[in-house]
Design a protein around this ligand. Structure first.
Ligand code: MRU
Length: 367
């Protein structure tokens, strides 16, 4: 998608030798635009853990490239073992998003089929590239399937469709298009007038910083709201539809997403507002049937709650917003039970949030 009219993707190979992988360092957006090169395995782990890159689909792809760098620069020739060690480190960086597991397992399986060291290294690069291009295609398909929902609302309503979204499930969380934002771009391109309410999304404010940045540069009308405002807007009839992303959706349709999503789903349910989740198959955990009780929730540093980051003059500053001694709790995600979800927008179509409907679209995962 575009920044100042120029097309960008969130990750690319720096040169034809693939000496490094370039990423946009999202810690500094929207204030400063920095591209960083990742060239050692530790760089990849650091980038995911410290959230230079974030968003479930994107960290999966970064993890796949991380596997390539881990085995390319391995000190021994036992690449399967080296990969196991690398995978363990990558999986510990961010526990909730299933995409890291999805990507790393794909590399492990494919590499395991080969015996030659060079072939294994080449294969790991090939898989990372494939995951990257698949992600673009998947998001495009999410857009194509999701736009029908917006269109139907527009045809009934006859005026601007108001979509509410939480956190950033936009192109910066993927490679291009985004998950929750893809239907919005497709609706815009189809000439449907729309407007997006963006939850600021404390504590890290991915909505205020990243989703607002993306929509601004794509000329999509949007308004930033505080996290607590969504319920009121719904009661006032100012929200037609909620679309969010997910970091992991279990087989029964429970949806783990940025903390606060559950409260939006409750409010949407109470106000009879459709609540959709854009779910690439790389974010479906086919091994977990009950997400509410089994999806691990990442707990992050309390500093993210106690301090707020913003621009002070030209400098990015961190400001304490509570007594210094006050302890804070920082769960990064919550789980919205399937019963509150209207539907899942996947790359193969829209389905109900339950095991049967999910497996009908993805029968290769039937056990
Ligand atoms: O902590 P983050 O920024 O990596 O969280 C991920 C998210 O942005 C959201 O939870 C998102 O809705 C799912 S990723 C498309």
């Amino acid at each position: 998608m575009k920044i100042n009219g120029k097309h960008y993707q969130s990750i690319w190979e720096t040169n034809s030798e693939v000496d490094s992988i370039s990423i946009i360092d999202q810690r500094f957006l929207p204030y400063k635009f920095f591209v960083t090169e990742l060239s050692t395995f530790d760089d990849f782990c650091f980038a995911i853990k410290e959230m230079l890159v974030r968003g479930a689909p994107l960290i999966g792809i970064v993890a796949a490239y991380g596997c390539y760098f881990a085995i390319k620069n391995a000190l021994t020739n036992d690449l399967d073992k080296e990969l196991q060690i690398a995978a363990k480190k990558l999986l510990s960086t961010r526990p909730t998003a299933i995409n890291i597991k999805f990507a790393v397992e794909r590399v492990i399986t494919e590499i395991g089929k080969l015996t030659n060291v060079e072939a294994k290294i080449e294969k790991s690069l090939e898989i990372a590239r494939k995951l990257r291009s698949e992600d673009i295609e998947i998001c495009r398909n999410l857009g194509q399937h999701g736009v029908g929902i917006i269109k139907e609302i527009y045809e009934k309503k006859g005026s601007t469709v108001n979509v509410l979204t939480h956190c950033n499930a936009g192109w910066l969380a993927t490679v291009d298009y985004g998950t929750a934002t893809a239907p919005i771009y497709f609706a815009r391109d189809a000439g449907i007038p729309l407007h997006v309410w963006i939850d600021e999304t404390r504590p890290r404010n991915q909505g205020a910083k990243l989703t607002a940045f993306e929509l601004l540069h794509e000329n999509i009308p949007h308004t930033l709201i505080v996290d607590n405002a969504g319920g009121l807007l719904m009661q006032k009839g100012m929200v037609d539809l909620v679309i969010v992303g997910t970091d992991r959706t279990s087989l029964n349709g429970d949806v783990a997403n940025k903390v606060g999503t559950y409260l939006k789903a409750l409010a949407a349910y109470d106000n009879n507002i459709p609540f959709y989740v854009a779910v690439p198959s790389s974010s479906i955990d086919f091994d977990i049937e009950d997400g509410l009780h089994n999806i691990p929730i990442e707990e992050r540093d309390e500093k993210e709650v106690k301090y707020i980051e913003g621009l002070a003059g030209d400098e990015i500053a961190n400001v304490l917003i509570c007594p210094k001694e006050t302890p804070a709790l920082n769960y990064a995600f919550d789980v919205t039970p399937a019963r509150l979800v209207t539907g899942l927008i996947t790359e193969r179509g829209v389905c109900r949030p339950n095991k049967e409907s999910i497996l009908n679209l993805f029968p290769e995962n039937r056990k």
